[in-house]
Structures are given as C-alpha cells and as structure tokens.
Design a binder for this molecule. Structure first.
Ligand code: FS2
Ligand code: SF4
Length: 541
C-alpha cells in the first residue's frame, strides 16, 4: 500500500504498512482499485458527453459516492468497497459499448475486471505515476475531487444536483489518467477544481438552507438529559432529519458529535424537543466519548476511528461510511432510511454520562453575519475589530495541533476568529469574550460552510470598496486533515485569496516543485511557533 492523502500520514511521507488511520493495507489497495475504476468510468462518461449523450443522475451519484467512500476515515469495510468496484464495472460495460472510439480511452476505462484484483490494485495506486510532480498534481486534483464529491453527495441527499459540477468532476478525474497532459496543464486543472469547489459548496449551501433555513445564532447545550440517546456524527443533515423524525415521542434523545454540531444552528431542527445538544468534541476523541455515551452512534460520513470492542456493537454506519462488523443502514438518494434498529437499541441503553455542562454559541453562517453587517462594519471602522482570523478546517490527533489552542489564546483581543469545520474544537470552549457584543469566535458551521466565510469576505470587500480580497484585514491560518480541506483550500485559491497558512504540516503529496508553485503564486506557507506567527501577523512578540 501507499497512501499519503491525509495530514497524519506516517512520517509526513506516506503510510506503507497500514494506515495511521487504522486502514489495513488490503483496504488501502482496494480503495486504490476503486479510485482506478471510478476514473475509468469517468473517462467513459466524459467521452459520451463529448458525443452529445446525457449521463443519468444515478451514474453521477455512483461516481461521487465511490470517491466519498475513499476519503480518510470514511470506509474500512473491504467487502463494501469490493461491491462498489463490481457495481462500477457493471455500470460501465454498457456505456463503453456506446463510445465511438474506445481505443482512444485510457486503460482504466477499458479494464473489464478480468485478472487478479489484488495484483491489479497493487499496480494502479499512487506510485504508478513515476514523475513526482505529475503524481503530486494528479493526487492534489484527485483529493480535491474527493472533497467535492462529499459535498455533492450531501446536496444530492437533499435532491439537488448540478450536472455541470458532475461533468467537471468526471472530466477532471479522467484527466488524471491522461499521459499527454503537462504539469502546466495540471496546474490549470487544479485551479479549475477550485472553481468547481466554490460551485459545489454553493450548491450544498443552497440545498441546506432551502431545506432547513438559514443558520442563526444558537446556544447549544453541552450537558445531557436523563433519557437514553442516539449520537449522530459525520456531516449528513438529511440522515439527521430522518432520525429526528423517527425518534419523535419514543423517549430517545438525539445528540450531535463533532461535525454534526452545526445542525443545531438550522431553524428546522429547533422544533425537535428531543434534539438535546452536542456531546463531546472533535472526531479523534471518539474512543473515550463513544464509550461514555452509552447509546448507539450513527456515523453518517467520515471520520470513523476504528472502534473499541466495548462499544463496537453500538456503532452504526450509513451512506459512504462503513466498518466491518458494524451494522450499515442502507438507503439510496431519495429513499427513507429505517433507523428503527438504532432506536430499539437506544431503549436498551443507559443515558449518556455527562462530560461537561454549559453551552457554546454558533450559527454565524453568511446570512446571520450579513444580518449583523452594520454592527460588524462599525466595529471595524471604529477600530474595535482590527483583524479577522480565519481558522477553519480540521482537528486531529497530532499533539502539535495544540498550536491552534495557543494561537487562539494569544490573539490580540481586538481580533475575531472566523471558523468552520471541526478545527473549532481547539478553541470553541475557551472563554474568548466578545467585542461590542460580537463573539470573538464566529462559527459558520461544517467544513463546507467555509463557503460562508468566503461570502462574508466578498461582502466585506464590497462594503469597504476594495478591489482586492487580499486588502481586507483577514489572516488565513487553516488546519487541515483530510480531503475536504483540500477542496476548501483550492476554492479559496480560486477566489484569489493569498498568503494562506496551512498546518500543522504541509501535505506530503506536494512535491517540492508543486509546493514551490503554490508558494510563489499564492504565498502558501506553513506555520511556525505561536510566538513567531504572532510576530509575523501582528508585528509583536
Ligand atoms: Fe473534521 Fe473529519 Fe468536516 Fe473533516 S470531522 S476532519 O471530516 O470534513 O472536518
Ligand atoms: Fe495514512 Fe492518512 Fe492514508 Fe490513512 S488516509 S492510510 S493515515 S495517509
């Protein structure tokens, strides 16, 4: 196996024996094969579109779900991944027969599944591209597309889709198989991926807000009630909605974990009295927190940590998520899922053990912040707010991530943190106070709600009459872990944001030359110590 798609990759270089995430070599190789057949199918759909054929929505959904399945910590289930490969090959066969010149297609498009799959998987992984710069760009694009596929899938779950995004995603996947493309071509495609990243996040924002209303300022309870509960993690709001409906009047409460916290900010979910609060912290703390929760846990997407035996029977997956031995709740786009197994399970469980008390405040997505625009603009004009610091992205296990807590604490009191994603757990329970009633941590929501942060920045640019987004008093200090952070980063680059700091380490998949392109053209930089970065950003020690 060779995998270097996430920030925790072994030795900041690549996982080669087993994943730091817990992925076995067998699963890693099978995921490589799934990516390969998905790229092959994408080359076929791209050729058919060029012939003027329409591609059915079900095929677009198959492709996005395949990619989502290979995102870090999403699916550890060898059998489920093999089944997706079989389904993909079966879907491709009749389409391939319609391609006018199949000999022009790459080998992945023509592979019919014959031969030994383990051998095939070992031949088609990341290292099959020998030139390290081409490999780096192909993987940068592929990881960005994985992130985009996750956001598309969530929009699809709310019955929204954009054929232009799907067509691009498949064209770009196919392009990563094309040996005629130069490094310059792939750099251009990387930026185009960012363009569609903006479109994908906008589509999901529209799907979420049309279905559930605009997020609004909300106080979320951190304590627990006396009823047994179900804990929902991951990012899929439609799954949460179905679960909330099915748990009505059952005596079972529902809590959010990690990236599901922002669900509390949507008006539509406030009507459920049994939607109690948020339990615990970011994904990587789940071993302790799932243990003490006592009830069943529903993982709607990544980020799964291989469960301990003590609660494995309480862990359920759905959608792209999977773990061998854990029950998977089926259900295609548009279908009502049946969560009765979790509800019955919860009734047999003790209520959750309390981890903490109190509340946190969030709900500062674009509509809410723009509703406060006068107050915010006044605070900037008067000098009460000197700078905004975008600290969006992911949290993770690495000890070095305590940098983000220390950085938040060390920020001057006239700064406001804009956040989205699970990175917020590094500082959202600190008492950082407010500025003239504006909290110093404004949480827009999940990682995809980084879109809101871009909308807010563009609005501020307009209000202040600036011609360049980089003239705003905004610092970008983003933490990354998995591939959704990659599409967020590419989206920001496409919007023209420069001088983004990325940590806790730069991606291992950036070759020195590709990193140089990002540094020279976009001012991308890593992080140093909190003291050094404070001096850099604020000119003080
Ligand atoms: Fe955090 Fe994990 Fe949102 Fe990432 S909960 S690292 O999935 O996408 O962020
Ligand atoms: Fe390693 Fe990350 Fe890949 Fe898991 S997803 S195998 S931790 S690089």
């Amino acid at each position: 196996m060779f995998c270097y798609q996430c920030q925790e990759t072994a030795g900041c270089a690549g996982c080669t024996r087993a994943g730091v995430c817990g992925k076995t070599a067998q699963v890693a190789n099978t995921q490589d094969l799934l990516v390969y057949v998905t790229k092959g199918l994408s080359a076929v759909t791209t050729a058919l579109r060029a012939q003027g054929e329409a591609i059915p929505a079900s095929l677009n959904q198959l492709i996005t779900l395949n990619l989502f399945t290979t995102i870090t910590n999403a699916n550890f289930d060898q059998e489920a991944i093999l089944q997706r490969i079989r389904d993909t090959l079966a879907a491709k066969a009749p389409l391939l027969a319609q391609v006018q010149d199949p000999s022009a297609l790459p080998a992945a498009a023509r592979w019919d599944g014959s031969g030994d799959w383990e051998e095939k998987a070992a031949q088609v992984g990341v290292l099959s591209t020998e030139n390290e710069d081409i490999r780096s760009l192909r993987e940068l694009i592929t990881y960005g597309l994985k992130g985009l596929s996750a956001y598309s899938k969530h929009a699809n779950a709310l019955l929204q889709a954009d054929e232009e995004i799907d067509a691009f995603l498949q064209r770009a996947l196919a392009a990563t198989l094309d040996d005629t493309l130069t490094a310059d071509d792939l750099v251009a495609l990387t930026l185009e991926t960012g363009k569609y990243g903006v479109s994908g996040m906008a589509l999901l924002d529209q799907a979420n807000t049309q279905a559930y209303g605009n997020p609004e300022i909300t106080r979320v309870q951190l304590g627990v009630g006396k009823n047994p509960g179900i804990l929902v993690s991951g990012h899929d709001l439609r799954d949460l909605e179905m679960l909330l409906e099915q748990t009505k009047d059952t005596g079972v409460d529902v809590y959010t974990h990690s990236e599901m916290l922002p669900a509390h900010y949507y008006p539509a979910f406030k009507k459920y009295p049994h939607f109690v609060g948020n339990y615990g912290n970011a994904w990587w703390k789940q071993k302790e927190e799932f243990e003490s929760f006592h009830g069943p846990i529903l993982m709607t997407t990544n980020c799964i940590v291989p469960p301990k035996d003590s609660y494995k029977d309480r862990l359920y997956t759905t959608g792209a998520a999977g773990f061998p031995g854990c029950k998977h709740i089926p259900g295609a786009i548009g279908e009502e899922k049946d969560f009765s197994a979790l509800i019955e399970h919860a009734k047999r469980c003790a209520p959750p053990a309390e981890l903490e008390q109190g509340e946190i405040v969030g709900g500062f997505a674009h509509a809410q912040v723009l509703a406060l625009a006068d107050q915010v603009v006044e605070a900037v004009k008067s000098g009460a707010i000197k700078k905004f610091v975008v600290m969006a992205g992911c949290d993770g296990r690495a000890k070095s991530r305590s940098y983000y807590t220390d950085f938040a604490k060390a920020l001057p009191r006239d700064t406001v943190i804009l956040t989205a994603g699970c990175a917020k757990y590094k500082y959202n329970k600190l008492d950082l106070g407010d500025i003239n009633g504006i909290p110093r941590v404004l949480d827009a929501g999940q990682c995809n709600d980084s879109y809101s942060l871009a909308v807010i920045a563009l609005k501020l640019k307009e209000v202040f009459g600036l011609s360049d987004i980089n003239d705003l008093p905004i610092i970008y200090n983003i933490a990354w872990y998995e591939q959704k952070a990659v599409i967020v980063l590419l989206a920001l680059l496409y919007l023209g944001v420069k001088n983004i700091h990325l940590g806790p380490t730069l991606p291992a998949f950036l070759s020195p030359n590709v990193a140089k392109v990002l540094v020279e053209n976009f001012g991308i930089a890593g992080i140093r110590t909190v003291e050094e970065d404070m001096a850099l950003f604020f000119g003080e020690q």
